[in-house]
Write a protein that binds this ligand. Structure first.
Ligand code: F3S
Length: 415
């Protein structure tokens, strides 16, 4: 791979040991993937922030990079951490874990990383533009950035995203190149008329459409996985989609299909530039219903944990939540996960006070997947197909997938 003077200087240690290590990581990555050179990146999002995932070895690595003079060269934000930084005690987080998590965040802060911990950085000031080269790591955000925004990023790992932050570069391969952004398969979604009418779901349909987009992401994702190769789907048949529906869909298709980019005519910006491939898959409403059913096995009586905010809630969703919880009292542990800047808006609007008066808790900076809660609950109710995947796989909870409004009802229902 060809390196410019700036990159060679870093590789030779002229910018300190952390930048040298970072450039070594990127150089090796570029060689593995056959990149001809590197491209500057102006936005980075780092995953693997929870101490639950990082462990002691991860903390040591970050501390060494901070001690070695590592300094982010561009806007860099973080994926959710293992706890709410301000409110971890009331969420039942162990003090030893909290101490380690704080050290992780301190190491990032010393490197000039903005410690906004969210999987929806595009809602909190880290919003790239069309065709911008970036280095993001969270799979749902990668899919959103590539598909909905038309920015360009591979799915980075924690170390390669940090390396991109400290050098300002990433190897130019995969999603950074036009030739890898063309669709490889057409997916025809056969929808009932109610879904093509174009109605946006919040608050009109109680989150039904958003949950449906999660089930659709699972149904398509699993079909793509079944093809045995990495696919870029060109998805036909979807009339409209809101931001909330698209963030849910991205989370789901990335989880179940490993998808980093899709095109949807009339919805995503690059679709109009592409020709739908001849090879076609069909997804029927029956398959989408089956995807939903497979995530909804837990009966209501078993649910002892309720969570909304995978991916992190938008302010529009929080406003709806405040409307639903006004004057009510929840009877189950109920976590609302969102980004700190979004919570600040909710505070100012009075939404937080209404929500907290109901007994529901904000779990800001974190989520029900990356927090250390394995085995703590029996069954989770949520509107997120992605949260269901990790709730059963990582945390060993049963799951009950419901539309947004019904998730709230679940928290209010005594059983
Ligand atoms: Fe975000 Fe956690 Fe879901 S990182 S996409 S809320 S699993």
């Amino acid at each position: 791979m060809e390196l410019n003077f700036d990159q060679l200087a870093m590789l030779n240690g002229e910018h300190g040991p952390a930048a040298q290590k970072a450039m070594e990581i990127l150089d090796a990555l570029g060689e593995i993937y056959g990149a001809a050179d590197m491209v500057p990146v102006s936005s980075v999002q780092i995953a693997g922030v929870s101490y639950d995932n990082l462990g002691e070895a991860g903390l040591q690595f970050l501390t060494q990079m901070a001690d070695g003079g590592g300094r982010a060269r561009g806007l860099t934000t973080l994926n959710p951490a293992g706890m709410d930084v301000e409110n971890w005690e009331s969420l039942g987080i162990d003090p030893g874990f909290a101490e380690n998590q704080k050290q992780v965040l301190e190491a990032f802060a010393r490197m000039g990383v903005v410690t906004t911990c969210t999987c929806t950085p595009y809602l909190s000031g880290n919003l790239p533009h069309y065709r911008e080269h970036i280095a993001w790591a969270e799979s749902s955000a990668v899919c959103y950035a590539n598909s909905v925004i038309g920015a360009r990023t591979n799915r980075e790992g924690g170390p390669s995203a940090l390396a991109a932050a400290l050098t300002g570069y990433t190897p130019k391969y995969g999603m950074h190149l036009d030739e890898h952004r063309s669709p490889t398969v057409t997916v025809e979604v056969a929808l009932p008329p109610a879904y093509t009418a174009g109605a946006q779901d919040m608050p009109g349909e109680g989150g039904l459409r958003t949950m449906w987009f999660g089930a659709l992401g699972k149904a398509i994702g699993e079909k793509l996985q079944g093809s045995g190769k990495k696919q870029v789907p060109y998805i036909k048949g979807i009339g409209t989609a809101s931001l909330e529906e698209l963030k849910t869909f991205c989370a789901s298709i990335a989880t179940y299909g490993g998808t980093a980019l899709f095109h949807m005519p009339g919805i995503t910006p690059e679709a109009a530039l592409k020709t739908p491939p001849v090879m076609t898959m069909r997804v029927t409403q029956d398959e989408i219903d089956a995807a939903k059913r497979s995530l909804s096995a837990a009966p209501s009586e078993e649910v002892d944990f309720v969570s909304l905010g995978c991916p992190h809630l938008s302010i529009k969703e929080i406003a709806r939540l405040a409307e639903l919880l006004d004057g009510k009292r929840v009877v189950k542990e109920f976590w609302i996960t969102t980004a700190r800047p979004t919570k600040h808006i909710a505070d100012r609007m009075g939404y937080s006070a209404v929500i907290e008066a109901s007994g529901a808790r904000f779990a800001v900076d974190t989520c029900c997947v990356v927090a250390p809660i394995k085995g703590r609950f029996n069954a989770l109710a949520t509107d997120s197909a992605k949260a269901c995947y990790y709730a059963s796989g990582k945390n060993e909870f049963q799951t009950r997938l419901l539309p947004f409004d019904k998730v709230v009802m679940e928290a209010l229902w005594e059983g």
